[in-house]
Design a protein around this ligand. Structure first.
Ligand SMILES: C[S@@+](CC[C@H](N)C(=O)[O-])C[C@H]1O[C@@H](n2cnc3c(N)ncnc32)[C@H](O)[C@@H]1O
Length: 279
């Protein structure tokens, strides 16, 4: 897909995804908390600092960081989708030291050297040109400022989505993930992430895996969750006949059964790469 078409298509999907993400906010905040905590730890924010969260979604990582810049500091929580920004603003409900703004990762609407730190969880692998986005990040960081961001590690380390993705690929409803191509697993390589950061001018790069797990009461609950947060999944399923839909669902449930306990409760392994570096 042409980069401009990709940007427009991606933006439109994320605008539509905001309602589902809002409905599932608690689960989206609770299970991946170890990733947000590691990001904040790596950024090591100090009271009075000014931070930017990029591709923030509902902004839970930014809110966590806000606790560390008080008193006197600010976290500007941003996202490319206006509906996400509105949802994040509502969720923050006047938390002190937090501002909200619609902002594209590739064209940060911010002055040069105006932030002490940048945070982003699961955003940079989705942008059309991650190197341009990281150059922008470096531009708005003061010299010596820091960036910490998370992307997904390779799909085999992420059965929470890998099981479903494998079946979608098998029936031709999804492409296998490809490194360097924008998408969930586009930056699923520590070497690639390191190269991108160094090419954008960052130094002292550290890239480390952070494992956690998503939980669901059973396979039905996880299916419902997946449909609620993913616009693409609903669209893909809409292209199947009822019989194909049932067959796919059976195959997916069989895959998730490997992660079920005796009561059917799922513990689904997940792994992110957390990268941090100095501007
Ligand atoms: C997978 S969600 C992650 C949301 C949140 N950071 C979290 O960890 O829960 C990706 C977010 O990136 C945003 N996004 C995607 N492409 C973007 C871009 N080019 N510029 C800014 N935000 C973007 C989407 O609107 C969406 O909110």
């Amino acid at each position: 897909m042409d980069a401009e078409d990709y940007r427009a298509d991606s933006r439109e999907r994320w605008e539509r995804a905001a309602a589902g993400w809002t409905a599932r906010r608690e689960q989206l905040a609770a299970d991946p908390l170890p990733v947000s905590e590691r990001l904040v730890e790596r950024l090591d924010p100090q009271p009075g600092q000014r931070l930017l969260e990029v591709a923030a979604g509902l902004g839970d990582t930014g809110l966590l960081a806000a606790e560390r810049v008080r008193p006197g500091g600010t976290v500007v929580i941003t996202d490319g989708a206006e509906a996400m920004v509105e949802a994040a603003r509502e969720h923050a409900a006047g938390t002190p030291g937090v501002q909200h703004k619609a902002m594209e990762a590739e064209w940060l609407d911010a002055e040069t050297a105006s932030f002490d730190g940048i945070l982003s969880r699961w955003g940079y692998m989705l942008v059309a040109d991650p190197e341009a986005a990281l150059r922008e990040a470096r531009r708005v960081l003061r010299p010596g400022g820091r960036i910490a961001f998370a992307v997904w590690d390779e799909i085999v380390r992420n059965p929470w989505i890998g099981v479903l993705q494998e079946q979608l690929v098998a029936v031709g409803l999804a492409e296998p993930p490809r490194l360097g191509v924008p998408g969930m697993f586009g930056l699923a390589s520590p070497e690639l992430v390191r190269d991108l950061l160094e090419d954008a001018g960052f130094s002292d790069v550290v890239v480390e895996p952070v494992e956690f797990a998503f939980h669901a009461d059973d396979a039905d609950a996880w299916w419902e969750h997946s449909l609620t947060v993913s616009i693409s999944l609903g669209e893909a399923l809409g292209r199947l006949s009822p019989a194909e839909h049932y067959a796919l669902r059976d195959a997916v449930d069989a895959g998730y059964a490997a992660y079920a306990d005796a009561d059917g409760r799922l513990t689904l392994p997940a792994c992110s790469l957390v990268a941090s570096a100095d501007a």
